[in-house]
Design a protein around this ligand. Structure first.
Ligand code: ADP
Length: 305
């Protein structure tokens, strides 16, 4: 498995505002990686640089063996992009648009990875078959988004970028979308990088999470790995003789054993709650929003390394 994306000391400045101040990460073939971070952290900026849609201020970026700022036609045909919303061709139908876009990819197909995707099959896969002949302008928000995804993958990309893919989805559409992404990853071995500020989405989809805050990657691990490393904040609650107690402890198992040794059966309603990744993430977001992003990033890094 080779590296599909390599980013070294990536920097981005808008005017006098530094948004990315030294971002480093690698993504291997077949991984589903989630770039997580509060609004304004620079997720879209990062992904647009990797897509070749935005010029970086400094740093090295390699995507599928090329610098996206100078990506060739061949390179472009291997990269799928799901934009926030495709606004073209309102009077076309999904079937016609996908057939048309798909035809552009034909010359880039190989025996082992024929291109494009079969448009009919893709319409089924994304659940758009019933609306295949409706005018695009008449599609609902959820249907639109499925079409956006279909447009992103019609060229059977090796690498797929998804920027906030489920923003505005209802729960049902979200679940279906998550199934689709997992299927793509499993059956096509597509490498996927998605951005979200939704931790639940990251947990459902990602094999790895990159957390962006204060202009840098402050955590890079599996979701379970991250949750595990955030320790020391376990809350133990119990009731004893009609009174409620709560304590923050670092070794909840030992604490509970001692509690029972001392009070036995009199201990009631024991509740042990380990700080979740969500707690840490929310704390980070809160710090960031109150203007202490750098300090929060440092604290989080210390807590997780
Ligand atoms: P995210 O996707 O994490 O919400 P963005 O990459 O969209 O973050 O934006 C990061 C920061 O850069 C924000 O403060 C945003 O206002 C700023 N920004 C984004 N695009 C531009 C631009 N074209 N010109 C100036 N500032 C920008």
């Amino acid at each position: 498995m080779g590296s599909v994306i390599t980013v070294r000391d990536l920097r981005m400045r808008y005017g006098s505002k530094d948004v990315l101040t030294g971002v480093d990460f690698d993504i291997d073939a077949g991984e589903v990686v989630c770039l997580l971070g509060p609004n304004g952290a620079g997720k879209t900026t990062t992904i647009e640089i990797l897509e070749g849609f935005r010029m970086r201020s400094a740093g090295e970026v390699d995507v599928l063996g090329e610098d996206p700022a100078r990506g060739s036609e061949d390179w472009r045909a291997r990269v799928g992009v799901v934009l926030q919303s495709w606004r073209d061709h309102p009077r076309w139908t999904p079937r016609r648009l996908l057939a048309q876009l798909g035809s552009y990819y034909e010359p880039y197909g190989t025996a082992e990875r024929p291109k494009p995707y079969d448009a009919e099959q893709l319409l089924e896969t994304v659940g758009l078959a019933p609306s295949a002949d409706a005018k695009i302008v008449t599609l609902s928000g959820g249907q639109r988004r499925r079409l956006d995804v279909a447009i992103g993958i019609i060229g059977r990309p090796d690498l797929l970028f998804l920027d906030e893919p489920t923003a505005g989805f209802d729960p049902q559409a979200r679940r279906e979308f998550h199934d689709l992404i997992r299927r793509l990853s499993r059956t096509e071995n597509t490498t996927i990088l998605l951005t979200t500020h939704d931790l639940d989405e990251a947990e459902r989809l990602a094999s790895r999470v990159l957390m962006l805050a204060g202009g840098r990657i402050v955590a890079d691990d599996s979701v379970e790995g991250l949750a595990h490393r955030i320790e020391g904040e376990t809350t133990v609650k119990w009731r004893l003789g009609g009174e409620s107690f709560a304590e923050s402890v670092s070794d909840p198992t030992r604490f509970a054993r001692e509690l029972f040794a001392r009070h036995g059966e009199a201990v009631r309603d024991l509740d042990i709650r380990r700080a979740s990744l969500e707690d840490a993430y929310l704390a980070l977001v809160q710090e960031h929003e109150s203007g202490h992003g750098d300090a929060a990033a440092r604290m989080f890094k210390e807590a997780t390394t």
